[in-house]
Design a protein around this ligand. Structure first.
Ligand SMILES: Nc1ncnc2c1ncn2[C@@H]1O[C@H](COP(=O)(O)OP(=O)(O)OP(=O)(O)O)[C@@H](O)[C@H]1O
Length: 249
């Protein structure tokens, strides 16, 4: 059976540049937490934008529950079950927590009250601060709000772009625990992370992208133990091998 999210050989980039993503294949299943790592500029964030519809792929497929949504508008892809937490500007600082959460439910306004109650039950910190402007939250709390906003749309698939960027180690660990719990609760979660070793430690599977292409994938533990990957993420050099491997091969 194919995965809930199945991305096949997508190609795309920015109008101004050559293709940044040159052929990327990813999958995430219900209950699975999947991490995407790779060097700076490998095209990880661009790949997420191509999946979410913020950029239009020039080739390839993006399937959610079997339906190909590649090239559709972000709202249509959201309706197909995708939630996306971008790396930056993922909350509205001038709005209250409640107003931010309501923004996450814009396309299903009639469900707002019920979804708000769910969000407050799940995140008591947000309930406590519901009337407070989001800009007053700490970095970690902002990321919780951004994730909670995405969950307001009841996604089947959740994409997260570097959720722990700029957080303290403690806040990062708490956020990873939250993301793990969201996946285990029955959502397919795909996250791009710089914090490679810690993200691998909470993930089921991982992909390594290099220069816009799949470089390696496999169970997260195997990827974390791969000597090439350890060199790559401990600041050493890795020899870029053409083609695509499975960890442990
Ligand atoms: N808005 C943009 N317009 C043109 N080029 C861009 C834009 N955003 C990113 N790029 C370029 O695309 C390439 C890949 O960037 P991308 O952000 O996808 O990489 P990444 O793997 O997520 O790396 P990082 O970890 O540094 O965010 C880089 O060369 C970058 O300069």
């Amino acid at each position: 059976m194919s995965a809930l999210l199945s991305v096949e050989e997508i190609v795309g980039g920015y109008a101004s540049a050559e293709q940044v993503v040159k052929g990327v294949t990813l999958a995430a299943n219900v209950g699975e937490l999947v991490t995407v790592i790779g060097p700076n500029g490998a095209g990880k964030s661009t790949a997420l934008k191509l999946v979410a519809g913020l950029l239009r792929p020039s080739r390839g497929h993006v399937r959610i529950g079997g339906a190909d949504v590649a090239g559709q508008a972000p709202q249509a892809i959201a309706r197909a079950g995708l939630g996306f937490v971008p790396q930056e500007r993922n909350i509205f600082g001038a709005l209250t927590i409640a107003e931010n959460l309501e923004m996450g439910c814009l396309f299903e306004r009639r469900a707002t009250r019920e979804r708000l109650a769910e969000a407050y039950a799940r995140f008591p910190m947000l309930a406590e601060k519901r009337r407070v402007a989001a800009r007053s939250l700490s970095g970690g709390q902002r990321q919780v709000l951004a994730v909670a906003m995405a969950l307001m749309g009841r996604p089947r698939v959740l994409l997260l772009d570097e959720p722990t960027a700029g957080l303290s180690p403690k806040a990062a660990t708490e956020l990873f625990d939250l993301i793990r719990a969201i996946a285990t609760g029955g959502i397919a979660v795909l996250m791009v992370e710089q914090n490679a070793l810690e993200s691998l430690s909470v993930s089921d599977r991982a992909y390594v992208l290099v220069d816009g292409r799949n470089h390696l994938d496999g169970p997260a533990r195997q990827v974390a133990d791969d000597p090439d990957i350890r060199r790559l993420f401990l600041g050493g050099r890795t020899h870029q091998q053409p083609g695509h491997q499975h960890a442990g091969e």
